[in-house]
Design a protein around this ligand. Structure first.
Ligand SMILES: Nc1ncnc2c1ncn2[C@@H]1O[C@H](COP(=O)(O)OP(=O)(O)O)[C@@H](O)[C@H]1O
Ligand SMILES: [Mg+2]
Length: 243
């Protein structure tokens, strides 16, 4: 479903050139969920921006559903790190925003309810908890019913209970909607909970360091099982080894 082929991104040029990704290649199958972890600044956000068609790679290419990405696609949605809500718009208006940009008129009630936001439709972001704001950001992306969902650390800086709740929610929605997902996270447990495969990137410029299979992923009670803890240990060791 997603083919990343020899992707390189260099910001700036000459002596100021910053290579962010170097010859990165990997595939994500249709309906698969892949977690991406790597040191901060290695190029994870850049990778999602390229897949979403928001920035052009310096070389290499990305295919979605067999087509080279040349701009933002209607069937790909991106959830940003800080949810990206507009403070002057209500929960409902924020959730509808991506649909409106695509001139689509679908109703967001179902998705707001699925995310536990019913009753809050007329509130403004400042009136919500941080966990609720993140869920509005997720609702905005899922309202598109995307085939591909890209997530850039959507649970970062949440308290652990809220983080687990939203992780469970993402897992349920993945089972229900069967999107193809890429989740960028720096949280080891989160990667093991939500990644069928876990792609470990090297320090900048990012290359594939390792791909970890994680077939046990898929249920709420995977968390805390012996297999889960073993995977988390393995992932921690890989990350520690690269310093
Ligand atoms: N627009 C930009 N111009 C110049 N450098 C950038 C730009 N965006 C990101 N970078 C640099 O590219 C590298 C990778 O950034 P990013 O993709 O945000 O990494 P990550 O999400 O893994 O933390 C970082 O060193 C960052 O400073
Ligand atoms: Mg980032």
């Amino acid at each position: 479903m997603i083919e990343v082929q020899d992707l390189s991104i260099v910001y700036g040029s000459g002596r100021e050139a910053v290579p962010a990704l170097e010859d990165l290649s990997f595939n994500v199958e249709e309906g698969e969920m892949v977690a991406v972890v790597g040191p901060s600044g290695c190029g994870k956000t850049s990778l999602l921006l390229v897949i979403d068609g928001l920035i052009r790679p310096t070389s290499g290419r990305v295919l979605v559903a067999g087509e080279e990405v040349r701009g933002v696609r209607r069937d790909v949605a991106l959830i940003l790190q800080d949810a990206g809500l507009l403070p002057w718009k209500t929960v409902r208006q924020n959730a509808e925003l991506a649909l409106r940009i695509q001139k689509r008129k679908e109703n967001v009630d179902g998705i707001l309810a699925a995310l536990g936001l019913n009753g809050f439709e007329r509130r403004f972001p400042a009136e919500l908890s941080e966990g609720m704001r993140r869920r509005v950001g997720i609702a905005r992306a899922l309202a598109l019913r995307p085939r591909v969902l890209l997530m850039d650390e959507p649970m970062a800086n949440l308290d652990s209970l809220t983080r687990e709740r939203i992780q469970n929610l993402i897992l349920d929605l993945w089972w229900e909607m069967r999107f193809t997902g890429i989740l960028v996270t720096h949280d080891i447990e989160e990667a093991v909970f939500l990644g069928q495969r876990i792609l470990v990137l090297s320090p900048r410029p990012a290359r594939t360091r390792e791909i970890l299979e994680n077939p046990g992923m898929g249920s709420h009670d995977y968390r805390g099982s012996p297999e889960f803890l073993e995977r988390a240990r393995t992932l921690r060791r890989i990350l520690e080894e690269q310093g």
